[in-house]
Design a protein around this ligand. Structure first.
Ligand SMILES: NC(=O)c1ccc[n+]([C@@H]2O[C@H](COP(=O)([O-])OP(=O)(O)OC[C@H]3O[C@@H](n4cnc5c(N)ncnc54)[C@H](O)[C@@H]3O)[C@@H](O)[C@H]2O)c1
Length: 367
């Protein structure tokens, strides 16, 4: 099979886990590979993914080979594959725009982003980079609230004719205007906001769906999340949070059956606890009424390393996107978006989305 050539914007913790994973699974086979939803997607293995370009703005990452940059501070995720051979892809200075929240200057250097003073690349230069290295898919990993930076990289993908996977909650794929631009050019897109492998969202959704299917009325729920990585530090700035809250809340609202009153559902990042680093804790409570209007409740605490949890899904999204490219399919990939993302253009239950994605992989569905 061909290699799948990817470019990445934002070499943070999620990118680190993905790149470690590509190397990690090179030395495995189908029987001893733990932690994957699919070993093979249309003939592509995890190790068929190759990073050919990368963009960041942090002075500890720009100018380094991706294999080194992924271990530079403030990245703090688990290192499960420490030996990454040089990729030949050197991290280029991106365009900062609104990627760095002002409040970060109040935190120590090893916790926050430190912008490089290298010349920022223009859109034309990023497009040229993408084309020169033969990138097929651009992954967007901008910090939450980076509306302009995300649109900048989405435009670069459009102009370069490169597919786009939007792993974060600035709405591109679920924004009809933006989706139409990719549709017109026949470029595949998957998004928005990656739904982790076994994270707070899928757990909350599965339980909400269970309440619905078992006839238990969900009356009130919260999902409180804490973590100590730069994603959680960034989200202390409440002004950047609107789309993240919408993405996470809608992911649950869409499966409860009857929509809950806004006052009765609270889902969101709740606090930054530095010593947690990339460990994320989720505290979940659901209150409902069962047979005879009799009350019940459930409480759950989930502890996960945040970034490998996202990479376990992105590694499949990339391969599904490549299948679309191979098949000449452009525009929104509805099935992978609904299974892999929190805020797809169209929501389905996870069981439906799983079946649709399997059908897409087998070629029984176009998108
Ligand atoms: N971990 C998960 O499970 C998960 C799930 C869903 C969504 N996400 C989202 O994915 C995104 C990435 O998460 P992360 O944990 O890797 O974040 P991170 O803070 O570790 O990484 C962000 C990276 O982007 C860089 N950056 C900032 N502005 C930039 C710009 N203008 N151009 C290029 N690079 C820029 C930073 O220097 C940093 O390296 C976040 O928006 C997060 O909310 C993560």
């Amino acid at each position: 099979m061909d290699k799948i050539k990817i470019a990445i914007a934002g070499i943070g913790n999620c990118a680190s886990s993905l790149i470690q994973g590509i190397e990690y699974y090179k030395n495995k086979n189908e029987d001893d590979a733990i932690g994957l939803m699919h070993w093979d997607i249309g003939g592509y293995k995890p190790s068929d993914i190759e990073v050919v370009a990368a963009f960041d703005i942090d002075k500890r990452k720009v100018g380094k080979d991706v294999s080194e940059a992924i271990f530079a501070p403030p990245n703090c995720t688990a290192v499960f594959c420490p030996e990454i051979p040089p990729t030949g892809a050197i991290v280029k200075m991106g365009s900062i725009l609104d990627g760095v929240s002002e409040h970060m200057v109040d935190y120590s250097d090893n916790r926050r982003f430190i912008p490089s003073d290298e010349q920022e690349l223009t859109k034309e230069q990023v497009v040229k980079e993408l084309q020169d290295c033969g990138a097929e898919i651009l992954l967007n990993y901008m910090p939450v609230g980076s509306e302009n930076a995300t649109r900048f990289y989405a435009e670069c993908a459009l102009e370069a004719g490169v597919a786009f996977i939007n792993n974060m909650p600035v709405f591109i794929v679920s924004n009809p205007e933006w989706a139409a631009k990719f549709e017109e050019k026949g470029i595949p897109i998957i998004g928005d906001d990656i739904k982790a492998q076994l994270g707070a969202t899928i757990t909350h959704r599965m339980l909400a769906d269970l309440f619905h299917k078992r006839g238990v009325k969900l009356e009130r729920t919260y999902q409180l999340n804490t973590g100590g990585n730069t994603d959680f530090l960034n989200m202390l700035n409440r002004n950047r949070l609107a789309s993240k809250k919408e993405s996470k809340t809608e992911a649950v609202q869409s499966v409860v059956g009857q929509r809950m009153d806004d006052d009765n559902i609270h889902v969101g990042p709740s606090d930054y606890v530095p010593w947690q680093n990339d460990n994320k804790l989720c505290f979940l409570r659901m209150e409902g009424k069962l047979f005879g209007d009799v009350p019940m409740n459930i409480e759950l605490r989930l502890s996960v390393e945040d970034s490998p949890n996202s990479a376990g899904v992105v590694i499949d999204a990339v391969r599904c996107c490549k299948l679309a490219l191979d098949r000449g399919i452009g525009g929104i990939l509805y099935s992978p978006s609904s299974y892999f993302m929190k805020h797809p253009p169209k929501q389905f239950t996870d069981d439906e989305a799983h079946a649709m994605t399997d059908a897409f992989i087998k070629g029984e569905r176009d998108n």
